[in-house]
Design a protein around this ligand. Structure first.
Ligand SMILES: [Zn+2]
Length: 326
């Protein structure tokens, strides 16, 4: 089926289904497609939308989504669950963050364009068909191959009614770290599209590094089921989790401490370590061991992202600091 023909309100009730949706023709024939897993309860009700694989090198959500579909009994579901386990199939096929077809980062082009390049079209259809149909939206990310981020649920932190619901759901999700971002959301993200449409949302991060740790797959699976329980779409109480470390700050990973030059990056701090302004947090060396540059914290903070791959080019993001929520 071409995605333009999909009407999520017309899905047959009380069943699980899996299908491939055509997005755009491929040069060698066939179509670029989007995999979709749906679970519909007997009656219409709230709709939860879950994405994974917006970046093609993040695997935790790709593995969690079929497990979530497995866990939800359509006869017992109130409403509809729509899940796209791989949003950027071209990037997933190449095991890269961005699409090899047009070089674009899907998480920077929302709400997309119907007549744009492949990645812009994917963003357009994801927005039109899924995010705009959602009563709650969840985007399962991780730090991808090059990064390292603690397992967390991220949300928009404000007194706005929608953001309060996002915080409540992010807490219920049960990740060990909760990371709030005061608005505005930087443009182009799936959660910026959700926010523009008035849809409460959360996203995740995790260790990544080109693998899906079982504990992260488990956290994401349990987390989405917890949100479904919170929205009273499935029976039962959300599984209890220890109180999270609650952090607050800019979630814009495009603006982090970056490499002043190419070389071998050696971090001097651990994830979630508290650092003081001026503290040495890492250094760039040459292959002979020579010191090329030291990286010092520009403020007090907690390490929320640390580059994992040691080889760096000038301008690569190395470390990001955030703050504790008070
Ligand atoms: Zn991502």
């Amino acid at each position: 089926m071409h995605i333009s023909e999909l009407d999520v309100n017309q899905l047959e009730r009380g069943k699980k289904s899996a299908c491939w949706l055509d997005i755009s023709p491929r040069v060698e024939g066939g179509w670029w497609q989007l995999p979709l897993l749906t679970v519909t309860g007997p009656e219409h009700g709230p709709t939860v939308v879950v994405f994974a694989g917006v970046h093609g090198d993040e695997y935790e959500g790709v593995e969690a989504i079929p497990r979530i579909a497995e866990e939800v009994d359509p006869t017992q579901l109130r409403g509809t669950l729509l899940m796209v386990p791989v949003c950027n199939m071209a990037a997933y096929a190449a095991a890269t963050r961005n699409s090899p077809v047009d070089g674009l980062n899907l998480a920077r082009v929302f709400p997309g364009s119907e007549t744009g390049t492949l990645t812009q079209r994917i963003a357009y259809w994801l927005t039109q068909k899924f995010i705009s149909a959602a009563d709650f939206f969840i985007d399962l990310h991780s730090s991808g191959i090059v990064g390292d981020i603690p397992t967390l649920a991220g949300y928009l932190h404000s007194d706005d009614d929608i953001d309060r619901r996002s915080l409540a759901a992010a807490r219920i999700f049960g990740a060990p770290v909760l990371w709030g971002h005061p608005p505005p959301v930087p443009p182009g993200r799936s959660i910026s599209a959700a926010t523009d449409l008035g849809v409460p949302c959360l996203y995740t991060e995790a260790a990544g590094a080109g693998r899906a740790r079982p504990e992260d797959v488990e956290c994401f699976t349990r987390g989405v089921l917890n949100v479904l329980r919170y929205l009273e779409m499935i029976e039962g109480e959300p599984a209890a989790a220890p109180p999270p470390m609650h952090l607050l700050g800019d979630g814009n990973m495009d603006e982090v401490m970056s490499a002043p030059m190419a070389g071998y990056f050696r971090p001097h701090v651990e994830l979630l370590q508290e650092v003081q302004s001026g503290q040495l947090v890492g250094a760039v060396h040459d292959p002979l061991g020579g010191l090329l540059a030291e990286l010092h914290a520009e403020k007090d903070g907690i390490v929320i992202m640390r580059r994992g791959v040691h080889r760096v080019h000038s301008g690569d993001g190395l470390i990001h600091l955030t703050n504790r929520a008070e």
